[in-house]
Design a protein around this ligand. Structure first.
Ligand code: KG4
Ligand code: ZN
Length: 354
């Protein structure tokens, strides 16, 4: 098969594009670039939809120029066979800027366009494994069924994966996503945005102040999650401390450690139970929160101890948070499976679960 070039793009609060080439089933990332909006949304403690759209519209042509230049495609009509764009789930207003830009490119370059599910992007990128300068095939014998935990700013869900393209959501959050809980509690503690990395950086090995948070829904028999009560528990604890104490580094770092631990305890214990019940051969971890080192280490270690025959996969840290590579991969995978988009619309819902 000739090299297949895919341009993937994604949108929420980051403008990300990537160019991939596929030969057989080996992916090579020719270029990947992200223009982060963190500095803009930081002041507000979260993503402001209108600002996100304005920034995407401004940055998309700049990031495109960059990925084409890195991949050494300076010509007007680059040799691209497919364009992928994240069309759902997500912030509709932000998704539309990506979709409109992609539609325009697809017409100008006369290249087919495929709308893909953001969550499938997170799932597929967790299967990449480096092999020299490219990545190993996605599918290896005996790796399914897999249990996939996708944890991001907008989603927290467990999927049973029977094969690539066959996913069933077995549980999800009933309120806030885990990333949202990190973001909101970090804001309360004055740690900034995005909250996940800020909380992770503030944690301490041996906290000097004692704080205890609940582990919501950790022992329920289903695979659902709930993180809004955790956020409220942080608020109550914060309110009862003196001004001096709650502003102290010792308190903030003890609270950051406990928030991280509470979220990890719930995520890990439900994922392990699902892996056992569904006799999973592989556990996948993806989404922005998968960049959390404590979560990665805890899931890997407990899996090794409790289910040593189950393998564990997670993307490299830069590929956990939103990026163009995951969208390009999802587009290629769907294209290969014969999927075609008619009229791409933005939507806040995922469509990957059957
Ligand atoms: O997947 P993602 O980039 O965007 C969405 O699809 O939402 O995930 C972003 C989320 C944010 O809530 C951010 O705080 C969280 O991922 N995050 C982390 C870490 N890095 C990013 N959470 C915990 N620890 C991290 N190191
Ligand atoms: Zn995401």
């Amino acid at each position: 098969m000739k090299p297949f070039f895919v341009l993937g793009k994604t949108s929420c609060d980051d403008t990300a594009l990537a160019l991939l080439t596929v030969q057989g089933s080996n992916f090579t990332i020719l270029s990947s670039a992200i223009s982060s909006q963190n500095a803009i949304h930081k002041k507000w403690g979260g993503v402001v939809p209108n600002l996100a759209r304005r920034e995407h519209e401004k940055n998309l042509p700049i990031v495109l120029k960059k990925v084409l230049a890195i991949a050494r495609f300076p010509h007007k009509l680059p040799p691209i066979d497919l364009i992928g764009v994240a069309s759902h789930p997500g912030l509709e207003i932000a998704l539309w800027s990506g979709i409109n830009f992609a539609k325009k490119l697809s017409q100008e370059w006369n290249v087919p366009l495929l709308g893909v599910d953001h969550l499938e992007g997170h799932l597929l990128v967790s299967l990449l494994e480096k092999r020299g300068s490219s990545f190993r095939p996605l599918r290896s014998p005996g790796m399914f069924p897999a249990i996939a935990l996708i944890v991001s700013g907008g989603h927290t869900a467990l999927f049973l994966m029977e094969d690539i393209g066959r996913y069933k959501m077995i549980g999800e959050t009933r309120d806030d996503a885990a990333g949202e809980c990190f973001d909101k509690t970090a804001r309360l503690l004055g740690l900034g945005y995005p909250g996940g990395p800020a909380i992770e950086a503030a944690t301490a090995q041996k906290p000097a102040v004692s704080v205890a948070l609940p582990r919501p829904m950790m022992h329920t028999k289903d695979y659902d999650f709930s993180f809004s009560g955790l956020k409220t528990a942080v608020l109550y604890d914060y309110q009862k401390r003196s001004l001096k104490e709650k502003k102290s580094k010792a308190y903030v770092s003890a609270m950051a450690s406990e928030i991280q631990q509470a979220i990890c305890d719930v995520l890990v214990s439900k994922t392990l139970r699902a892996a056992k019940e569904y006799k999973a051969r592989t556990v996948l971890l993806g989404g922005g929160v998968a960049a959390n080192k404590r979560l990665r280490a805890m899931l890997k270690d407990r899996l090794q101890k409790e289910s040593p025959n189950v393998s564990f996969r997670s993307p490299s840290i830069p590929l956990c948070t939103d990026n163009g590579v995951m969208i390009a991969m999802a587009a290629f995978q769907n294209w290969e499976q014969g999927k075609r988009s008619k009229d791409i619309q933005a939507s806040s819902h995922t469509t990957i679960s059957d």
